[in-house]
Ligand binder design. Sequence first.
Ligand code: PMP
Length: 920
Amino acid sequence: MKFAFLIHPISEGTSTLIDLDLGARLKSAWGQDSLLFCAKFHETVKQSRAAASSPASASSPAVRVVDEMRGIVSELNAEATGRLYEIPLAPGQFIDHPRMAVEMMGEAVSMARDWGAELVGLGGLTGIVGGQGVQMAESAGIGITTGNSLTVYSTVECLRNLCDELGLDLSQESVAVVGIPGSIATATARIVAESVGRLILVARRDSTRARKLAKSLDAELILEIPSALEQTGLVITATSSGGCLDQKWLQPGSVVIDVGVPTDVQGSSRERNDVMILSGGQTRIPSSIALDSRFLWFNQGVIPSCLGETMVLAFEGRPDSLSLGRNLDPSDILSVGALASAHGFDFSLFRSFGLELEDTELVRMRKRLARTRMNEALSSVRRAESSASDSSQTAEPNRRRATSNGNGTGSEAGTLRHVSANNPQRSLENMAPNARQKFGRYLNPVLMELTESTDFSKTFVRGEGAYLYDCDGMRYLDFVSGFGSVNLGHNHPNVVSAIEQALREKAPGFSQASVNPLATSLAEQLVSFAPESLEMVFFTNSGTESVEAALKLARTATGRSGFVYCQRSYHGKSLGSLSVTGNSDYQRPFRPLLTECRAVPFGDLDSLEHELRSRRHAAFIVEPIQAEGGMIVPDRDYLSRAHTLCQRYDTLLIVDEVQTGFGRTGRMFAVDEQSIHPDIMTVAKSLGGGAIPIGAMLCRRDLWTKVYGTVQTYLLHTSTFGGGSLACAAGLATLDTLQNGELIRNAQERGDELKAGLDRLCRARRSLREVRGCGLLLGLEFNPMSAAAQGHWKQMAQTRLTRRLVPGLDKMLETMSALYTMQTLLSEHRIYTQVTRSNPLVMRVQPPLLISSEQVNTFIDAVDACCDEMEFQRTTIRDVLAKTGTGRHNAKGQSADDKSPSIREDAEGHPLAAQRPATK
Ligand code: PMP
């Protein structure tokens, strides 16, 4: 459907005025965003006018089309085409000569009708003169809308999102709505009335309309903006006159949502850093709409919601006069909002003076309000504790909140209120919708952005057995198992009931330097299953902590300070364990680390012996299988021979079973395969049953005694949380569950099936190089993507990643085959996978131990389908390059620079060096 939208310049000759506006009066009247927009927009209009018109017509500007939005598509695939018509009048002229304005608008509407538009949206002041569209609708013969319904919807959404971001409970807050009885303010007040603690309506004049509204909404009516601002710091302002709110009047911690056209808040920028001023009535356009319009708003991807409403109705093919006059229908507002969201318009944006609000501003305001609330709560408790007579002298009156406990009397004296058992606000379902945004804001913006733009991650809200569930209820087969921490599957009933039992029995939270039966029983069980040599246990909370404990023990026990570790090893990221982690990318930024740590190639006994011979090393630390290094399996007798060498040179052997332990490799511990008896062993991950963090360092009794066995030394190494009740309950349940051997046996059998199936694929598929590993600790190595295919991916990826992330792209592209499979498995086959940390070409194949043969086959088929797709794409790219003559490949698909030593590819664009014979 075709639609039109009317706009007008901010003033005559805006750009000139801006140049001359040294006192920034214009800026302060309009706000920076609309000013900048109008300046540029007006310049464009002036240029096209100068080019097209005679001097006579230039002196009497006429209504004209200034932009066209051709074939825009919503996320529901609905199409529409729109034109923007300029009414060449400045705001003052609209107010002073409304009749002339309405005449010009009529002209624009008839031009639009002639063009074929079925709906006209009224932007800016065109939506105010002529009875908010009523006059225009009477004569137009086509649909007319002010778009105000969606403006109200987006304003209310802004308020709700804001409260969520700032940790405010709207039902406890006072909210002032300025601009009564204007249509936007009135409708906004009607909608928010039900959810706010207290509503204050602000009108400039006393009127029957305003009084009636206040009465019907049980709201207070105030005629002075400053006095309303004394009552609350949460303000929505939507007048049509603009410039009515001085920032100086705001209480510290106030937040204003300014929907006014022109803006109601004075000033072109925030003048105080203790308040927040947001632009209301805006929406982000659906991502499906190309940003190729000259229209400047589109370039930022944000438009006024009134244009949004016009577009939504056009997408729907509904030329309805939806929003006319002063009385907007709340049900229309909610339904157009729901439609807009379905078409992909997004209302979760916070903008201030033309710019996206910085995360840090939201965070600061949230902190400020949290502090204020805490202080209010404390003084309220104090007030309640003291006598009733002095309650009036204490703490500053609570102006922001409607009531402090719902009845305005403060909290109950001296009683500790229990938070209700089920806090709906804290349900996963409730917290999930904004979780990604918060992840980016508080945890890791780069990870969020990367995974978002490449569809690599989901927000999982439930886990059961081998499945994870996202917030839309979609089920995913988990082939990551929390990097080996969920061997038993998610929420294993034995683990859940053990934790529940401990809670039921009211097990002590933490009680250091005392005896906890859960911890002692777990230590006993751990030792029973551990290699013969190990008898003593130190509980930790993570793998890296277990490694730290091992390194410290080894140093003190031997009186030596060096360590030998393996290239590509992974032992953790705290300073000690990082020193023995064979990945210089991880180490470099944190150097200097522990000195005297020497890396040797994994599996190379000669190099190991060479290092050990110096007799300066306390221990050799090694993983039975290098999981993070790319699932590298050493020769069968590597560990036992390494142990013999260690013994020869009086060096301790630390075996890191953090990832290989607890059934993962088809044995309780990987060392069991060769009956190795290390001096020290580290565990963590799955010991917690996939539920609670817990790790441990196990060691020989004599070593422990030597290091910690005196009154002076027994507390040299401790950890506050180590051996906590719930963690130990989970640990005991884990060992009890693994004890009957079923899961471990299953790991062996399903692991063999997986390995055989993937091996078959490796022989058939050119993208795959090799499958390695043991039990259910497998890695599927991909071949690096060819240079030609990389070019194709680069283009695709660049459009999706932000400029900040693009520089890292080249490195990522090499590993695109694994990443592509990971993404496709997730989005199309609903299988969750990850790559190993140190080698992104290796996909970890690491499902929970309870996986079934059927699930194994599902995985193999899905990987096969991904390879098929990759091969198809590769052939297509090669053909395109050959046909267009733009690639390095000729029509036969041979690489033109095959001789180049850096790129040696086969016909499929595959590196020859890595090539296996194809059997398919
Ligand atoms: N050692 C090994 C073998 C590991 O695989 C890991 C984690 N992947 C660690 C130590 C470190 O464990 P955490 O992340 O719990 O510190």
